[in-house]
Design a protein around this ligand. Structure first.
Ligand code: URA
Length: 442
């Protein structure tokens, strides 16, 4: 196997044999191919893509590089949800205990923030004491008792993806459909699932903003899931504005807790219920998404998913007092109220600017492994389409220092476009359902 030849052939747009790809990727994991050659290969894939057979070979090698969970002893469907990444996307925190309450097992392995997007692990870790690095045995026993548990990708699961993911995040090769699809699916297919629901974000806050590329990513992942025998559905959801009103780790946990108590912003509740309904259908607990959604809404309003969430927080070492009293979550010292300079309506709110804003405030990483401040972020006082009076509060910045608050206030002001009347057309909250049989516009 010649690494140089493989890079040259991929850059020239040729199709590689499965054996060649396996040997090349295996040699990388063993340390026989250096990062610079792998980076060149990833960039070649970024430009040239991967054929169906190449995708299968890369995915299989990633899964085989580590362990796969065997959860076949569980007495119910095992269904997870995965989002391709957005701003203000705290859906997993509400969805996992809710789906568990409805009878699904949810063995959720999540990631950290990537670029301008937030990550479930960083959010969970804003609950004092909460451990996302528990041993796989403990993960399985919490799952057996409570039907859900939430951890990070352990060293045992898809280590090849872990290495490639880190390299991609510093080589400008994140936004590639075959690389995103194999990365996500390698982890999900190692979870021992019977079904999977993917939340593919589209809009300016997504890694792939355009709807056509989002649909292609959705189709690619659905094909990979079905080929592995896991019923897979992808929903395309809106990321042309932030989801909910809170952006930033602890602020998002507080908003998720509100939603678990039956309140919270309507868009967060809608997307969560829509995705849980798909999980119930995929898991065979409901015949159609409409009836599943009604059952999910009733369960959410019962308060039981919140109690389940609190139990799992305790089992994973977290302080449940923060679940019942979110004011115990970390909160940044400086709060700055940003006021509107004119009247009108909130015509557009750019999620990407706010996602970068959280990173600048110290709530996301610019270097691998950097420590983050979980108490910083934004709380929007308006959502798209709402009226704005001159002098009213557009949002609140939570910052560590007053200099940070000044910069972030300007970003918040730039992100929220106040226009005299009609808002720009928005994407529907859930626009497409992609299954093995095709794409349905909702
Ligand atoms: N999430 C992943 O797990 N991998 C990617 O490449 C992008 C988002």
């Amino acid at each position: 196997m010649s690494a140089i030849r493989i890079i040259e052939r991929k850059s020239a747009g040729q199709t590689l044999e499965a054996g060649e790809l396996q040997a090349f990727l295996g040699a990388y994991l063993e340390g026989d191919v250096p990062d610079y050659q792998m980076a060149a290969f990833l960039m070649a894939v970024w430009f040239r893509g991967l054929s169906g057979a190449e995708l299968d070979a890369v995915l299989d090698t990633m899964i085989a590089s580590g362990a796969s969970l065997d959860l076949s002893h569980l007495d119910g469907p095992r269904v997870d949800k995965h989002s391709t990444g957005g701003v203000g996307d705290k859906v997993s925190l509400v969805l996992a205990p809710l789906a568990a309450e409805l009878g699904l097992y949810v063995p959720m392995m999540s990631g950290r923030g990537l670029g301008h997007t937030g990550g479930t692990l960083d959010k969970l870790e804003s609950i004092p004491g909460f451990r996302t690095d528990i041993a796989l045995d403990d993960f399985v026993s919490i799952l057996e008792g409570e039907r859900f548990a939430m951890i990070g990708q352990t060293p045992e699961i898809a280590p090849l993806d872990r290495r490639l993911y880190d390299l991609r995040s510093v080589t400008g090769t994140v936004s590639s459909i075959p690389l995103i699809a194999t990365s996500i699916m390698s982890k999900k297919l190692a979870e021992g699932l019977t079904g999977l629901v993917l939340d593919v974000k589209a809009g300016s806050g997504a890694f792939l903003p355009g709807i056509a590329r989002a649909l292609e990513l959705a189709r690619t992942m659905v094909t990979l899931g079905e080929r592995a025998g896991v019923e897979t559905v992808a929903m395309v959801t809106a990321m042309d504005r932030p989801l909910g009103r809170a952006i930033g780790n602890a602020l998002e946990v507080a908003e998720a807790l509100d939603c678990l108590a039956g309140g919270g912003p309507a868009d967060l509740r809608e997307v969560t219920l829509g995705l849980v309904a798909e999980m119930m259908v995929v898991g065979g607990l409901a015949r159609d998404a409409g009836s599943a959604r009604a059952r999910a809404a009733a369960a959410l309003d019962s308060g039981r998913p919140l109690e389940r969430f609190a139990r799992v927080v305790a089992l994973q070492g977290g302080d449940i007092r923060a679940v019942h009293r979110p004011e115990r979550l970390p909160a940044a010292r400086v709060r700055r109220y940003v006021r509107a300079r004119s009247s009108g309506v909130a015509a557009a709110i750019d999620p990407r600017t706010l996602g970068h804003g959280v990173v600048e405030l110290g709530g996301g990483r610019t270097r691998l492994g950097a420590t983050i401040n979980r108490g910083v972020g934004f709380r929007l006082e308006v959502q798209v389409g709402e009226k704005v009076a001159s002098g009213s509060t557009l949002g609140v910045v939570y910052a560590a220092t007053s200099e940070d608050a000044d910069r972030a206030s300007e970003m918040l002001r730039r992100a929220i476009q106040v226009a005299p009347d009609v808002p720009q057309p928005q994407m529907p909250l859930m626009s497409h359902r992609v299954t093995a049989t095709g794409v349905e516009q909702l």
